[in-house]
Design a protein around this ligand. Structure first.
Ligand code: CP
Ligand code: NVA
Length: 307
């Protein structure tokens, strides 16, 4: 039996595979929504141990547009990891579906599901990373401004799961990443080491102005991620990192603003920036659909785009 093609994290797939998936996403976007039989007769199970709007709807619509279908399980409505081991659930689901997307807290749960070897497993966000989001972010940047290779992205805010996938992306796609994050909320140093040891330009900053100065893109995310229970402390630490019009003015005049959404208006970003001409957040949300179609086609169908 061959090993399923999992989409677990950007650092676990070759850059050539990620590039091929992105090019396939762009082609799928051009092809439009109807008539595809790419995943006809195939089914995706979506398991949510945390809430979601974009990830749930974009994956469900992606399967539908590719001719397949989906089944959604939530934490309350399934036995996952409580009354049944994750590996056993994976084996059972593998009898019914062709791939599993899991949104959960501990990354180990994704690994346990993948190790069961039943069907491809896709990371729909964990406490540690959010790789599907970054595929949409890279696509959005490239649509608006051409290649990300050699560009500079400034991340301002929490060193969270989305920031971690930005670090992976900086190495895989060859751009400079400046992380403006308070010391107490910095990303795992091992993740930054992983990127810099491979030649990636990833730097840490405490001053957001320094990070944003001359950048091609400014990105941020909520200050209080799902599962964080220290909101007050985070608000205090992160207030100086808010992306407002004055901070955006320090970036290049045509710099893009990205945010994975949901946004907390007036906290990590002001209305003026989120709704302003440099914001690409709605395209970014739409591109979740196109990149997920490409990820699903790669995971479920036999062809390796980089083979
Ligand atoms: N960006 C993102 O993953 O959004 P949801 O939490 O709504 O899925
Ligand atoms: N960092 C956020 C991302 C939501 C898409 C969270 O984990 O809640």
């Amino acid at each position: 039996m061959s090993t399923p093609r999992h989409f677990l994290d950007l650092d676990r797939l070759p850059a050539t595979t990620l590039r091929a998936i992105l090019e396939s996403a762009k082609a799928m976007k051009r092809a439009g929504r109807n008539g595809s039989t790419t995943l006809a007769g195939r089914t995706l199970a979506l398991i949510f141990e945390k809430p979601s709007t974009r990830t749930r709807v974009s994956f469900e619509v992606a399967m539908r547009q590719l001719g397949g279908g989906s089944v959604v399980l939530d934490a309350q409505g399934s036995h996952l990891g409580v009354r049944e081991t994750i590996a056993d659930t994976a084996r059972v689901l593998g009898c019914y579906v062709d791939a599993i997307m899991l949104r959960t807290d501990k990354p180990q749960k994704l690994d346990d599901m993948a190790a069961a070897g039943a069907v491809p497993v896709i990371n729909g966000l964990t406490d540690a990373t959010h790789p599907c989001q970054l595929m949409a972010d890279v696509m959005t940047y490239e649509e608006r401004k051409g290649t990300l290779k050699g560009a500079t992205v400034a991340w301002c805010g929490d060193g969270n799961n989305v920031a971690a996938s930005w670090i992976h992306a900086a190495e895989r796609f060859g751009f400079t990443l400046r992380l403006a994050v308070p010391e107490a909320l910095r990303p795992d140093p091992a993740r930054i080491r992983w990127a810099t040891e491979r030649g990636a330009k990833v730097s840490l900053h405490t001053d957001p102005k320094e990070a944003v100065s001359g950048a091609d893109c400014v990105a941020t995310d909520t200050w209080v991620s799902m599962g964080n229970n220290d909101a007050e402390r985070r608000m205090r630490l992160l207030t100086p990192y808010r992306v407002d019009a004055a901070l955006m003015r320090l970036a290049k005049p045509d710099a893009l603003f990205l945010h994975c959404l949901p946004a907390h208006r007036g906290e990590e970003v002001t209305d003026e920036v989120l709704d302003g001409p440099q914001s690409a957040v709605w395209d970014e949300a739409e591109n979740r659909l196109h990149t997920e179609k490409a990820i699903l086609a790669w995971c479920i169908n036999g062809t390796r785009p980089d083979a």
